[in-house]
Design a protein around this ligand. Structure first.
Ligand SMILES: *Cc1c(COP(=O)(O)O)cnc(C)c1O
Length: 334
């Protein structure tokens, strides 16, 4: 199947599976799995941070970070469209007793600095204590402007807040912008990075940050049920991804541009945006369900909504993109 629903659908390659099979392991709850330790140290160093911590999912990595920065009755400032706010089941509130203060994201994914400044509450018993600013990069596939990130994190720190980056797809930002991982992580006290998206690993995220933040997150990871044992098998997949699947993200970005250009030729489709490995496009509402079924019969998996998202990844070739575009054309031509 040609699966355009997400970059989470990738399967581990032969080479990755071989690396997993060979992994040296220990009991990571005891802190002695050498492969996990190697992954954590390597990513921390590449990100310019003191320490790293391996998690089973990005949701848990983000949540442990929020809980490391914020205590019960604290709040974090976050975008309305942010994954940590919108797509993680309200975990910060449910499990962390942390109040979100969501603010609108602009078209480019930023949150206006004036809005951030205005949302920081004075120390007063009536208010939750504003403790953290959380941003996301890439967001909706878009790379946040570097100057914006520098200003927003500076503002947060000047007002006594910590900063967290949901960098689930930060390597897409590295490849698209040419900035280093360390440059993209600068200004953030913690950064969560996913390996199960475009990097092609089956499982895993790494949280990087200061030693102090990682130590607290380590305790919350255990409380949240994320302490794993011979997880070097999984970390080996992530190390393999760092060696083999980063530079090739450029192919995914080229395929997303190809997909957007293909859809733009079809009168009934309105391409809204394309950035890194994501394309958003609008289809006439009445065609969404029948088109999704039509594509599925032709071996293409999509989630057709009025505003649909298509995501490219390492299991898709340029020819697969053409197959998809031709199938959409054929549907509207019939
Ligand atoms: C996928 C994703 C996460 C974490 O998701 P998991 O499925 O829990 O690994 C966090 N943030 C963003 C932006 C994501 O896309």
């Amino acid at each position: 199947m040609i699966d355009l629903r997400s970059d989470t659908v990738t399967r581990p390659s032969e080479g990755m599976l071989a690396a997993m099979t060979r992994a040296e392991t220990g009991d990571d709850v005891w802190g002695d799995d050498p492969t996990v330790l190697r992954l954590q140290a390597r990513l921390a160093e590449e990100a310019g941070k003191e320490a790293g911590l391996f998690f089973p999912s990005g949701t848990q990595s983000n949540l442990a970070a929020l809980m490391a920065h914020c205590a019960r009755g604290d709040e974090y400032i976050v975008g309305q469209a942010a994954h940590t706010y919108k797509y993680e089941g309200g975990g910060a509130a449910v499990l962390g007793s942390i109040q979100p203060q969501p603010l609108d994201n602009a078209e480019d994914g930023t949150i206006a600095l004036e809005r951030i400044a205005a949302a920081i509450k004075p120390l007063d018993d009536h208010f939750a204590r504003t403790r953290l600013l959380a941003l996301e990069n890439t967001i909706g596939g878009k790379v946040l402007p570097a100057a914006y990130v520098a200003e927003a994190t500076r503002l947060a720190h000047a007002r006594g807040l910590s900063t967290h980056l949901d960098g689930a797809r930060v390597f897409n930002a590295v490849v698209a912008s040419g900035q280093s991982l360390a440059a993209l992580c600068a200004g953030f006290d913690s950064v969560s990075i996913c390996f199960s998206k475009g990097l092609g690993a089956p499982v895993g995220s790494v949280l990087v940050g200061s030693r102090a933040v990682i130590d607290v997150a380590h305790r919350w990871r255990k409380v949240l049920g994320g302490g794993m044992r011979q997880s070097g098998v999984l970390a080996a997949a992530c190390l393999y991804a760092l060696d083999h699947n980063v530079a090739r993200l450029a192919d995914d970005h080229a395929n997303a541009a190809r997909l957007a250009a293909g859809l733009a030729q079809i009168a009934q489709v309105k391409v809204m945006s394309q950035a890194t490995n994501m394309v958003f496009a609008q289809f006439p509402q009445e065609h969404c369900a029948p088109l999704e079924a039509w594509l599925k019969e032709r071996g293409v998996l999509t989630q057709m909504l009025y505003a649909s998202r298509f995501v490219t990844h390492l299991d898709l070739s340029a020819a697969d993109i053409d197959t998809f575009v031709e199938a959409v054309k054929a549907y509207f031509a019939r």
